[in-house]
Ligand binder design. Sequence first.
Ligand code: NOJ
Length: 773
Amino acid sequence: MASLSLGSQSRRFLFAGVLCCLLFAADHVTAAADKVTHTRQGSTTDADHFVDALLARMTLQEKIGQMSQIALNSPEGPKRDELILHGEVGSMLFVRDPQEINRLQHLAVEKSRLHIPILFGFDVVHGYRTVYPVPLALAASWDPATVEKAQRMAAREASSVGIRWTFAPMVDIARDPRWGRMMEGAGEDPYLGSRMAEAQVRGFQGDDLSAPDSIMACVKHFAGYGAAVGGRDYDSSDISDEQMQNIYLPPFHATVHAGAASVMSAYMDLNGVPATGNRWLLHDVLRKDWGFHGLVVSDWDSVPSLVTHGFAATPEDAAVRAVNAGVDMEMTSTSFRTYLADAVKKKLVTESTIDDAVRSILLAKYKLGLFKNPYVSLERSQKELVSPEQRSVSRAIAAKTAVLLRNENHLLPLKKDLRTIALIGPLIESQPDVMGSWSLGAHPQDTVTVVEGLKRSLASTGTKLLATKGVEIERGQPSIFDDQFPSPKPTLTTDAQKQAEFNHAIDLVRQADVAVLVLGEAQTMSGERASRSTLTLPGKQEQLLEAAVATGKPLVLVLVNGRPLNITWASQHVPAILDVWYPGTEAGDAIADLLFGDAVPGGKLPVTWPRSVGQVPIYYARNLTQIPNDPDTRYWDGSSAPLYPFGYGLSYTTFSLSDLRTSAKAVQAGESVDVSIDVRNTGSVIADEVVQLYTHQRAGSASRPVRELKGFRRITLKPSERQTVTLKLDTHDLGFWSTQTRSRSIEPGVFDLWVGTDSNATEHTTLEVTPQR
Ligand code: NOJ
């Protein structure tokens, strides 16, 4: 019923007589929209005509209104209806009730003067109502198809309630696990990060952005946010040109190339110029060099923050600097609405700058098909939200993202005929904690807890599950999501209660054949405003682990986390360690699948795993030092080698790699070469392996990292099966931006090539790159 009445509203929009002028254009566009194909630039002549005609009819006030996004909890939230009626709301953030979305949209498209639809946005970062593994976990799949699938499912779900714009993917390179937002990105490597970033854009936007189940991606945070000094969230980034060009910018560039239709400017100060007022970034690099024609939105409050940074003199100056730098839309704060009209009168901003900004916004709405289909069908969400299909895809993907860090004597997978399993840890019964931070559209009660998942898996067996928390985690300061996910009140309040629960847990371990300890970080301990000065297991979890190990029982540690944690002691004393990150809605079932071998871990680390916080920042693609091969000489009090290398991860089977070869020994710059290797499953279960190709340029105009990832593929092999994996090495990927030449080029010379299953790969050959003829 509801969708019928929406249909008629929509028709009224198209046929209301008073709107004939606009409707001429709208009809024209409607017909043309059917023919529109989404190009890399994202615009077509028809779209441009439509937008220009509309722009010509807009007042300055209406234009500035389009450049403003309001959130329900922002200062303008309560005035939203009135502002919409005046045509002064370009976008809304955090509205997610489809009926409310349709009501607000109705005000915009039927009651405002120019009938411009509102763009509804939300942070769909790793799922909407069905939560998928966090992006760092998705990157651990090392499988772009899996990542694309996760974000396609998320787009289907979010769009079913009327959300057509997500603030994702977050593509910030992060090399310091103290930074809480490492969890939102793909880790430390620009090559892996670029492939994951493109996959996410493809997933969100689909083949056709105007399809009702596609949502517009917003690549963030442009750029360099991941280099926050000391890993402290929002802190400045001080990044050399070389690092900016070779490490921090490439994932953004890759998404622009993949057709990402919007970009978010970052909060922080970049080398003295805050990103939101940084014209070099937002104009010279993004628009001029990369040819980006989409929409640039600020981050929340990042426009007025230009004053806080000591960059802009006044709030008006902040608005002027942001818009002149290239910000088209202001997220939630009101500087544009308050100051831009006057700034135009004072000639601080030209009206053509305003027009360019509005054009980007209207084009985005056009590309999304919002002028043609502004409303959401209420029936869609009923079928889509936490549907069995969403759940089963989330479960399979969660299993694909887990990384097996240790497995002495094949302790995993566990047999289902054990007499007793002890399941211990503060996260085993929690629903929000296993979802991870960006789960604002989720209902925690949809989540399968670890206890529930294991019970379900053991239901038809005689195995007894003895479960208890052992310890509770003290959550520290309230998180930014405290309204949505209030920290649970501790149930163990006195020392005596805490000790009794601790002892009880260790008793259960003693009674069991095997103990599974699920330890790690609560939901709000990784994410925005969730940086840490240590990497230890929060609270008394380490003590619990050590006491459990002291029982002598076989023990499996399941880690729930958004960053590498200090598990150096565990890596020597706990026989099996499985990192499941924040797995999402299907956490319990996915963890059970992995523990009992119904799924086989095949994920690989997207970040280097340090031994202690003192080693960070740490990453594999470092430049060679004077004493390159002695990890024990650089700190006198410990090794400088990581605990686990980038790309590392075990399986329940084993693989052998042999016969590395290239299709040519020398190749011209600009051409590509095939790099092949034979991979064999030498164990007894079907499983996945990730073949990884690393390169090193021996000499050139600048020294280059000791190894750089330049190709990878995840494959599945049955026991004894052998497959030749061929990775195409494009010499463009060997190019780099050199401080000497201040440009990017492929420098001829000799390159080392390694292929293997982590960044310590040993199969080696060389390749000569010759000058282009
Ligand atoms: C601030 C965060 O930095 C950004 O990533 C997010 O998209 C916005 N808030 C909106 O929630």
